[in-house]
Design a protein around this ligand. Structure first.
Ligand code: AMP
Ligand code: MG
Length: 322
């Protein structure tokens, strides 16, 4: 069911259903976080590895305190960055929420009016990104409908994601503040605003199971370069022919796509971006479209140094790893 009614979707959730809804980061596929059976259905629909826990979405801070131990530092972070694209891993207070067998839960308050309305009507919602595991997170309704129509019990039509990138995940369940996943809020902004140190681990997968899986992988091969080569240079380097600028309706003929700041020979398959924020917001849709148009060779320009560079680098490295 495709609807604008958060009331209808809240009642589907309360009856154990699965719904897809937009947030300010990406689309989420959610179940009531207190319903283990419904939460487990999300894993089957997404083909998600069973040891990868779900982020629980809340409508406000007082709700989080009912289920989790909120330290004074967690309160400061919530006050400063919530609602918003920051997820905190906290110790759980009780066993009411689906937690994948862990002693902690990841919590977030989305900065998205309709999503929060849905949560406040239904209760806390466990929701990973709405995409088949291993594919880029979905940021547009057209992609959600193509993949999930008929597979879930409801889809909310509301404001599309604005960041188009997942939340930043911090572990607050230990002595130090640890970055588990870089995302829509740059670690340095958190450090500067709060005067705290955020630890970056070499192997975050030890604490955060989801980090060990290959993510964000398009079918084509990704090459990362400081300066984007021209189509001619790519063709001769890879010894291929493509009608990159042709008007052929046979989309399979074109095999090359590029994303980056500097291109003089831009075609429909390329994505020109203007700064790191624009790059971050465009990346997933670009990668997804590469699959749709059977792109085989994907050139991504290195981001500029500074804000959002870590997040773009992280996703580029994961998308290009084999
Ligand atoms: P997704 O929902 O697909 O955007 O991914 C959620 C991310 O949060 C994954 O990388 C998970 O491993 C991580 N995560 C969720 N819950 C926890 C938790 N309790 N402890 C550590 N990491 C978590
Ligand atoms: Mg995900």
């Amino acid at each position: 069911m495709f609807t604008e009614s958060v009331e209808k979707l809240a009642s589907i959730l309360k009856n154990g259903g699965i719904v897809i809804f937009p947030t300010e980061t990406v689309y989420g596929i959610g179940a009531l976080a207190t319903n283990t059976e419904a939460c487990l259905r999300i894993y089957a629909i997404k083909n998600r590895p069973s040891d990868n826990p779900l982020i629980i979405h809340f409508a406000d801070k007082s709700e989080i305190e009912k289920y989790c131990e909120v330290s004074s530092l967690a309160k400061v972070l919530l006050n400063e960055f919530s609602p918003g694209p920051l997820t905190l891993v906290l110790k759980k207070k009780n066993d009411s929420l689906f937690s994948c067998g862990l002693s902690t839960v990841a919590v977030r308050i989305p900065d998205h009016i309709e999503a929060r309305k849905l949560i406040s009507l239904a209760g806390p919602i466990a929701a990973p990104s709405a995409n088949p595991s291993g594919k880029p997170s979905y940021t547009k309704m057209e992609d959600v409908l193509e993949e999930f129509s008929g597979k879930v019990d409801g889809i909310l039509r509301a404001t599309e994601p604005s960041y188009s990138m997942e939340s930043t995940v911090l572990d607050l369940s230990q002595e130090k503040v640890i970055l588990l996943r870089t995302g829509s809020i740059d670690r340095r902004i958190i450090e500067t605003r709060l005067g705290i140190q955020v630890e970056v681990l070499e192997s975050p997968e030890i604490i955060s199971p989801g980090m060990k899986y290959r993510h964000y992988a398009p079918n084509g091969k990704i090459f990362i370069s400081k300066i984007l080569p021209s189509i001619q240079e790519i063709q001769s380097k890879h010894k291929i022919l493509s009608n990159h600028f042709g008007n052929s309706s046979d989309k399979s003929i074109s095999k090359i796509a590029r994303i980056g700041f500097g291109m003089s020979d831009v075609s429909n398959f390329d994505k020109m971006v203007f700064n790191n924020l624009d790059y971050m917001k465009s990346l997933y849709k670009f990668l997804l479209d590469c699959d749709k148009t059977n792109i085989e060779i994907i050139y991504c320009q290195e981001p500029y140094d500074g804000e959002f560079a870590d997040t773009i680098w992280d996703r580029l490295n994961k998308a290009s790893s084999t």
